[in-house]
Design a protein around this ligand. Structure first.
Ligand code: URA
Length: 214
């Protein structure tokens, strides 16, 4: 198993202080994974279990992995942000009462910057053979804001990735090139069902690529 250092975790927690987020979920997986998966941020479920992708999206992701003969133990799972970004909203109970609750939201650029050193370190230490980005947040964190999953999904890209430069306060392209395979976020099929067929096709292509690489 690979684990980020306590110092880096403490730095991440410190850098995200003051933002509307909760919890801190570490990335999880072996030191030499078949793939690294880069999601968006943990949700309510993950903050409770402390393990990435353990909610409804996680079930969907495990099915995709299984479709190419992989399981959670074979891959390293992480995300752009390691705390759950939330916003307050109202929920109407069955008895008509209105209660306040936390809803998930996409992380902001500042939150992504706060946890950028964590993802940079994970990638540098693990050197994954392929980085699979799940959705636009993970893709744009690594390739830049112009990248769109709808345009780039299902194709292996050989590219530098963006690394946070604290002194310059900027993301800069890495000198090394990486293999990045963009696909949809597993939760996207819940609100956009036609994406399912595209996503399943992407995973089969990824399976072909991995078998070629063996
Ligand atoms: N979405 C993510 O990006 N990560 C999780 O752990 C859960 C949902």
């Amino acid at each position: 198993m690979y684990k980020i250092s306590e110092e880096l975790a403490a730095l991440g927690k410190k850098r995200i202080e003051g933002f509307p987020v909760e919890g801190f979920v570490r990335g999880s997986g072996p030191r030499n994974p078949a793939l690294m998966l880069v999601g968006e941020a943990p949700g309510e479920n993950e903050v409770q279990t402390g393990i990435p992708f353990t909610g409804r999206a996680g079930k969907e992701l495990m099915a995709s992995l299984a479709s190419i003969g992989l399981a959670r133990e074979d891959v390293y799972i992480t995300s752009a942000v390691r705390s759950r970004p939330y916003k307050w909203g109202q929920k109407k109970e069955r008895n008509g009462e209105i209660t306040e609750r936390k809803y998930n939201r996409a992380p902001t650029k500042k939150e992504i910057i706060a946890h950028a050193p964590i993802l940079d370190t994970e990638i540098q230490d693990i050197h994954p053979p392929i980085i699979v980005t799940l959705g636009n947040i993970g893709l744009q964190r690594l390739i830049g804001p112009q990248a769109k999953v709808t345009q780039l999904h299902g194709v292996l890209i050989e590219t530098p990735i963006l690394v946070w430069n604290e002194e310059a306060q900027n993301f800069e392209p890495s000198r090394r090139h990486y293999h990045v395979f963009p696909t949809f976020h597993p939760a996207s099929v819940f609100y956009n069902p036609p994406v399912r067929a595209l996503k399943e096709d992407d995973w089969l292509r990824l399976g072909d690529l991995l078998h070629l690489k063996k």
